[in-house]
Design a protein. Structure first.
Length: 140
């Protein structure tokens, strides 16, 4: 009998599973995507007793972007994911700002981060490739 490796987590919205009248869970790919979103959007220091958790991607909306600043944020995101999410291998982190996207309005206040990663599913010789794109817009 083949053993399937399954990742599970609580649903971040705390939805209730009507069949068991308990918290709903997310599994496998959805659990990992939810975890990555949590890491990217949590401000460092926001999580009690764990000041180093998170990237704080919301701060990007207020940054004056230079290629050096973008590389720093990409490196910070990659480091945080490697440290906090052992179920994935980060292949690439790409950050895009409205200034560097030709044709966009320069005042769009838009930041997009794309993470390409591999899910370690118990068999490191055959990882599952996936990507996550997080897009933030400043509301006026």
């Amino acid at each position: 009998m083949a053993v399937t490796h399954q990742h599970s987590d609580f649903d971040i919205d705390f939805n209730v599973n009507a069949f068991v009248d308990d918290l709903a869970t997310v599994k496998d790919r959805a659990a990992i995507r939810q975890s990555l979103m949590n890491i990217l959007l949590t401000m460092p220091g926001e999580k009690p007793f764990n000041k180093s958790f998170g990237v704080g991607m919301h701060q990007l909306l207020f940054e004056l972007f230079t290629p050096l600043e973008m590389a720093k944020w990409e490196q910070d995101a990659e480091w945080a994911i490697k440290r906090l999410e052992p179920r994935v291998i980060v292949n690439r982190v790409s950050l895009f700002d409205d200034v560097y996207n030709p044709g966009d309005d320069l005042d769009a206040n838009l930041v997009t981060m794309t993470i390409n990663y591999s899910i370690i599913a118990g068999n490191e010789s055959n990882p599952i490739e996936d990507s996550l794109t997080v897009r933030l817009t400043k509301v006026r």
